[in-house]
Design a protein around this ligand. Structure first.
Ligand SMILES: Cc1cc2nc3c(=O)[nH]c(=O)nc-3n(C[C@H](O)[C@H](O)[C@H](O)COP(=O)(O)OP(=O)(O)OC[C@H]3O[C@@H](n4cnc5c(N)ncnc54)[C@H](O)[C@@H]3O)c2cc1C
Length: 413
């Protein structure tokens, strides 16, 4: 599936990696998803009694991660200093676009095809201690183990400075007390990056005071409180958890003490690239599906593609997605050049996720009643795209960031 519409020169090395990744995804992700379709799609089998993934599903997820690591794709965007491919943000964007374009709405194991920053190795873990590098990283790089990212709390969402989980000094280390919510994949992760207040005064003044710790989810004092169902499903990926005196030692600190937000912001940058790519990839898949359907579905003596009421909205959706892709490429290139690209990254993510919801909605409408069925997979795509209008920075918060940059003089458009 070459990207022939883009003038941007994609390095030959990246094209080769993407072609190899495509073969890998077909052989290991799509084939496995199709072979276990009933287990993965029937929510009565996908989730166990607590609402967490059933052990068979957890095993499939691990198999895909490990196969990807073995094939050399899992860590393609992980910094070289950590033993990864060091291919950077553009490669991260292009790889996720390709993965979601190929997998579409139903093959949700796609999210494990390469390392997602919140679930596995990335630049976020570049500043772990030597001990964590030796004891934690190898398992994650091999795809054997995974992590999750605990920033949000019941009273700290968009305004993450309201985090109340505290790390109380305890000898040479700390003890964690608090509650995290919405943590994706905490039910299946061996490790969690936890943001906690280490200097209440600085935290209150919104000048740091929050640190990041790498915590095993098997630690004494840690417990899952509940899995949070969404969209009427009996289980889910997000859960709420409690820290009741979890002991953390200096080797578990990630980055500098009191500067945990830097770790959070690095993750969020990768997350915004990921979600831009996921939006573009899934929308490409949905638009292609709708165009094919429109060409063969007959009404009033003609294929419905001949009616402008069907064709023009799809043309507009395609234009939006093309623009989203270009915004994503530009933001990724800026990041690769060492810029923070705060405005451009915010623009790319908020534009892409909104355009993707519209594109998938339009693909559903083109399919008539068929658009809502379980067979087509557009409903699944709609669900994941709709929620990323909130996750990783809501559209409103991204607009707030864009405007703050404009008001501060960053008016290059
Ligand atoms: C599927 C999913 C997965 C997630 N995974 C994780 C995870 O793994 N780890 C993690 O830490 N968190 C995770 N989150 C949480 C996510 O980061 C938060 O949902 C997000 O930051 C928004 O916070 P909130 O939901 O508390 O909404 P709130 O902050 O309560 O916002 C409510 C509404 O008010 C609006 N609003 C708030 N402030 C302003 C303002 N100043 N101007 C205009 N509008 C404003 C918001 O845009 C929103 O529409 C996940 C969320 C979802 C949906």
């Amino acid at each position: 599936m070459p990207n022939s519409a883009i003038a941007l020169p994609v390095p030959d090395e990246l094209e080769d990696v993407l072609d190899g990744l495509e073969r890998f995804v077909k052989a290991e992700v799509i084939a496995r998803s199709d072979a276990h379709q009933e287990l993965l799609e029937d929510v009565r089998r996908r989730f166990g009694p607590t609402g967490a993934y059933s052990p068979e599903v957890v095993e499939l997820i691990r198999e895909i991660r490990m196969a990807s690591a073995e094939a050399g794709y899992f860590n393609l965007a992980v910094p070289e200093a950590m033993g990864g491919g060091g291919m950077g943000y553009l490669a991260y964007l292009a790889a996720w676009e390709r993965i979601y374009h190929l997998c579409g709405g139903r093959r949700w194991l796609a999210q494990f095809a390469i390392s997602h920053w919140a679930f596995g190795p990335s630049a976020v873990l570049e500043r772990v201690t030597d001990r964590a590098r030796a004891e934690v990283l190898p398992g994650m790089m091999a795809g054997e183990t995974m992590m999750c990212f605990g920033m949000s709390e019941p009273d700290a969402g968009s305004d993450a400075t309201m985090i109340r989980t505290r790390a109380e000094p305890d000898g040479d280390g700390w003890r964690l007390y608090g509650r995290k919510i919405w943590t994706t994949h905490v039910t299946i992760a061996e490790w969690m990056i936890v943001l906690a207040v280490t200097d209440p005064e600085r935290a209150r003044a919104r000048r740091g005071g929050i640190s990041a710790f790498l915590v095993p989810t098997s630690a004494d004092g840690f417990r899952l409180d509940r899995v949070i169902g969404m969209w009427g499903e009996p289980g889910g990926s997000e859960a709420e958890s409690v820290f009741d005196g979890v002991r953390v030692e200096p080797w578990q600190l990630v980055g500098d003490l009191h500067e945990g937000f830097q770790i959070g912001m690095l993750g969020v940058s990768l997350g915004r690239i990921y979600n831009t790519a996921r939006s573009v990839g899934l929308s490409r898949w949905a638009i292609e599906l709708a165009v094919e359907y429109a060409k063969q579905r007959q009404a009033f003596g003609h294929p419905i593609s001949e009616y402008q009421g069907v064709a023009f909205p799809l043309a507009e959706a395609a234009t939006d997605i093309h623009a989203a892709h270009l915004l994503g490429c530009n933001a990724a290139l800026l990041l690769d050049q060492g810029h923070r690209a705060i405005k451009e990254l915010s623009m790319a993510k908020t534009f892409a996720v909104r355009a993707a919801v519209r594109a998938v909605d339009r693909a559903m409408q083109t399919h008539g009643a068929m658009g809502f069925t379980n067979e087509v997979g557009l409903a699944e795509a709609y669900h994941v795209l709709r929620v990323i209008n909130v996750a990783d920075g809501t559209n409103e918060i991204l607009n707030r960031t864009i405007f703050q940059r404009l008001a501060g003089g960053d008016t290059d458009l």
